[in-house]
Design a protein around this ligand. Structure first.
Ligand SMILES: [Cu+2]
Length: 124
């Protein structure tokens, strides 16, 4: 995983989409879960931000290649105060994050994604 991480970082630095397969063989582990995440994301896309309210926002998460990447992002984002739930869609490279507005915010969530080693960007 160490060598892969360095290669991933190099690819990200070049702005390239990492096209290499992960060697832990976990890539095809959860296609159904990924699809379910996409559906849940579509349902919650209309949520509007308001202080103290629980909202769901979608984020682009670049650089994930396997389920352990998904776990890293999920664990990192869940550590942010105010986060209620995190659904990461590996295939789509997206995450749907439900959190209390005013406690957590998109900046904090993106920082948590970056701290886990990936690139985050708010899409809603
Ligand atoms: Cu991975």
């Amino acid at each position: 995983m160490k060598g892969i991480g360095i290669l991933t970082a190099a690819l990200l630095a070049l702005g390239a989409e990492p096209a290499i397969a992960h060697e832990d063989g976990a890539m095809q582990a959860k296609p159904e879960a990924a699809k379910a995440g996409a559906l849940a994301k579509a349902k919650s896309a209309a949520a509007k931000p308001a202080t103290g309210k629980v909202v769901t926002k979608d984020f682009e998460i670049a650089g994930m290649m396997c389920t352990s990447c998904v776990e890293k992002v999920t664990a990192g984002v869940k550590k942010v105060k105010g986060v209620q739930s995190v659904k990461v869609d590996l295939e789509a490279g997206k995450g749907s994050i439900t959190y209390t507005e005013g406690v957590a915010n998109p900046d904090k969530l993106i920082k948590a994604i970056e701290k886990a080693g990936y690139k985050g960007k708010a899409t809603t």
